[in-house]
Design a binder for this molecule. Structure first.
Ligand code: FES
Length: 148
């Protein structure tokens, strides 16, 4: 059901924890399944220089959170907010259709952290808000994250 990469990130999650002196904090939750995640980032020259996550959720939520920290480290904040659930799933060699919504949590957590960094520095948010579900009815009902 799950790719080797998903299982690897689930069993050995990278960058777990909280950056105490974070420049940006994103906390999002899925109101239906109750899963929640927190991403903290350090930013240098508008680039994500460090990133950690804490996720209380399903295995796919943990794997997608873990992999997005590897993807985003070293990226410009513009590129980081452009990471979509589809990119995350691709990076993990796919996710089962019923679990695609879990990757929205990770993408939106990072978006929220970048926007938090910008607002704290008197700048405009750039993420455009949470990534909304498309035509998958399951996602529409199960995965419209809320900003906590
Ligand atoms: Fe809630 Fe996966 S079931 S994020």
């Amino acid at each position: 059901m799950y790719s080797d990469k998903v299982m690897d990130h689930f069993n050995n999650p990278r960058n777990v924890g909280v950056i105490a002196d974070a420049d940006g904090v994103g906390e999002v939750g899925n109101p239906v399944c109750g899963d929640i995640m927190k991403i903290t980032i350090k930013v240098a020259d508008d680039t994500v220089s460090d990133i950690k996550f804490q996720t209380l959720g399903c295995g796919a939520a943990i794997a997608t959170s873990s992999v997005i920290t590897e993807m985003a480290r070293g990226m410009s904040i513009e590129d980081a907010v452009g990471i979509t659930k589809a990119r995350i799933a691709e990076e993990l060699d796919g996710l089962p259709p019923a679990k695609m919504h879990c990757s929205i949590l990770a993408a939106d957590g990072l978006k929220a952290a970048v926007d938090d960094y910008l607002v704290k520095n008197g700048r405009e948010p750039i993420s455009g808000g949470p990534e909304h579900s498309d035509d998958d009815e399951h996602e529409v009902t199960c995965a419209t994250p809320i900003i906590l």
